[in-house]
Ligand binder design. Structure first.
Ligand code: SF4
Length: 346
């Protein structure tokens, strides 16, 4: 019999599950709380009767991930993890230290089917969707490993979160539960490559969660070259939906723009982008791309990134250059997994 993954249950689902076992409903709350305090074995749940602990051991499991690799940056404490999920696929997660608190970058899928040309994560296609428990467990495993509280979540690791929409939403509900991790919705950011219907659905269902949309280009032609998803939705269509998002939620949207040397980083691109975003409640996050050997693209030089930001700012578009964390480890999305495949095929 397959064991029930407990982190894959919301509190309400756990209450139903425990009642189906013939146990009292309040036991679910006790178990739920202990799981998110970080316990990894039922024996540690001494407030539960011995008999229930042994039943749980037979039919349920607390952890759903196996840590297979970890890199720690000597420069800034960034930690990059490779976890194995059931079925054998490997996923990446990152722990980062920012001034405002510790942040976990989580994957939503094993692999990705969006196949953006600059991305190491999508290079091998989609292996499978993660369930909510596997998304949540990345954060719990990193918090346990570092011994530190994590107060911010970005769903920007491997995968397109909106391609796994229902599990993403369940994961956000679990992460937000005050009896569980208790992360404020305003401290959670979901990053999409730009799926218009899902952006609108997300605006209605999760208006307090931050949204980041990957643009990576200032015109359709360049965007199509970098992101196959742009063949399905034009920039105009995407930006119209983003405007609706800001009207519905009254929240600022973040546009991610990976600066790629000689591809999308010219001054005229910055001017074009500023014209397209004019008047929007938005912020542009410029990301000098980490070099990934397999892919052949290089990030823009710092000077070029600064000029790009300056042009946007002069035109009233708030823009910042993302601080580079973990530059001494394989910190770019997908790099650790590629490296592991080179070292020992998985
Ligand atoms: S950038 Fe994101 S959406 Fe694109 S292939 Fe990589 S993981 Fe998928």
């Amino acid at each position: 019999m397959e064991k029930q993954q407990l982190k894959n249950l919301t509190l309400e689902e756990m209450q139903e599950w425990i009642e189906d076992m013939g146990e009292k409903k309040f036991r679910a709350l006790q178990i739920f709380r202990r799981i998110y305090e970080g316990v990894s074995s039922f024996d540690e749940m001494t407030e539960l009767p011995r008999q229930l602990r042994s039943r749980l051991g037979e039919c349920a499991q607390i952890d759903s991930l196996q840590q297979i690799k970890r890199q720690i940056s000597a420069k800034d404490g960034t930690r990059k993890y490779l976890f194995r999920v059931e079925g054998g696929a490997a996923i990446e997660s990152v722990f980062m230290k920012y001034r405002y608190g510790n942040t976990a970058c989580l994957s939503s899928q094993a692999g990705c089917r969006m196949r953006c040309s600059f991305c190491a994560s999508g290079a091998a296609g989609l292996q499978r969707n993660l369930n909510a428990g596997e998304i949540v467990d990345q954060m719990i495993s990193m918090s346990r490993d570092t011994g530190e509280r994590i107060g911010h979540i970005v769903v920007m690791g491997t995968g397109e979160p909106f391609d796994n929409y229902d599990e993403l939403i369940r994961a956000v509900r679990i992460l937000h539960d005050r009896n569980g991790p208790g992360i404020s919705l305003r401290n959670i950011t979901v990053s999409t490559c730009g799926l218009p219907e899902k952006i609108l659905r997300f605006a209605r269902e999760m208006p307090q969660v931050n949204l980041a949309v990957s643009l990576h280009a200032a015109d359709d032609e360049t965007r199509r070259e970098l992101m196959p998803v742009a063949s399905a939705y034009s920039m105009k269509e995407l930006l119209d939906v983003c405007r609706q998002y800001t009207e519905l939620t009254r929240r600022r949207i973040t546009f991610e723009y990976a600066l790629i040397e000689g591809k999308n980083d010219a001054e005229q691109e910055a001017r074009k982008l500023a014209a397209k975003l004019k008047g929007m409640l938005c912020h542009v996050n410029l990301i000098p791309l980490n070099r990934v050997e397999e892919i052949g693209f290089s990030g823009s030089a710092r000077r070029k990134a600064e000029k790009f930001a300056e042009i946007l700012q002069e035109r009233g578009i708030p823009a910042t250059i993302r601080r580079e964390l973990g530059s001494d480890i394989s910190a770019a999305c997908g790099q650790l997994r590629l490296q592991e495949r080179r070292d020992s095929p998985i």
